[in-house]
Design a protein around this ligand. Structure first.
Ligand code: HEC
Length: 154
């Protein structure tokens, strides 16, 4: 009798464990779906953006301004802070994007931005390299906005 009871308890525990990991999985799936949805419909929607999505919008807006100035040959008068130092710490919609690969691509991008901030002679070339480093990361983690980003290339 006692043995049956402990089997019953064990059974219950197993069921509980199975349920909760199922929930966690559903949760992770939902975050992934949210992230993909965010990547599909960037910038224009009113949905609550993650810290990372917010930062991306700022990066995107800055690059558009930079590009305009570059086209008019006026980067000397450009006053953009281009401070994206939270790139690696900002919370993404989907936490699974925060991998070593993400960090590496973030470093490459920040390196290029650093060069842009110095207003180099070959600003256009470095600008294009920077946009390419946006695209490399997006290819991996967030393909939705790539069409929009590619249009930045000069
Ligand atoms: C290191 C990787 C990485 C780099 C570099 C990067 N992005 Fe992103 N970007 C992401 C990820 C991941 C998301 C999804 C963010 C989220 O939903 O939390 C995103 C989202 C976006 C979005 C959608 C924001 C929204 O409203 O949901 C835009 C637009 C964007 N990026 C533009 C850019 C531009 C322009 C650059 C370069 C100037 C750039 N990104 C560089 C990884 C990157």
């Amino acid at each position: 009798m006692a043995r049956n009871k402990s089997l019953l308890v064990l059974g219950l525990i197993l069921v509980l464990v199975a349920c909760s990991s199922g929930e966690e999985e559903a949760d992770a799936e939902k975050r992934k779906a949210d992230s993909l949805a965010a990547c599909e419909k960037p910038v224009f929607d009113e949905y609550k953006a993650s810290e990372l999505a917010d930062l991306m919008r700022k990066m995107d807006a800055d690059m558009r301004i930079y590009r305009e100035h570059l086209e008019k040959g006026r980067i000397d008068s450009l006053d953009l802070s281009m401070d994206y130092s939270t790139l690696k710490t900002a919370t993404p919609t989907d936490p699974t994007v925060k991998t070593d690969v993400f960090a590496g691509m973030a470093d490459a991008y920040l390196f290029n931005v650093g060069k842009l901030r110095e207003r180099p002679e070959n600003a256009q070339e470095i600008f294009n390299t920077t946009v390419t480093s946006c695209l490399t990361c997006h290819q991996q983690f967030c393909p939705g906005p790539m069409v929009r980003i590619r249009k930045l290339l000069l």
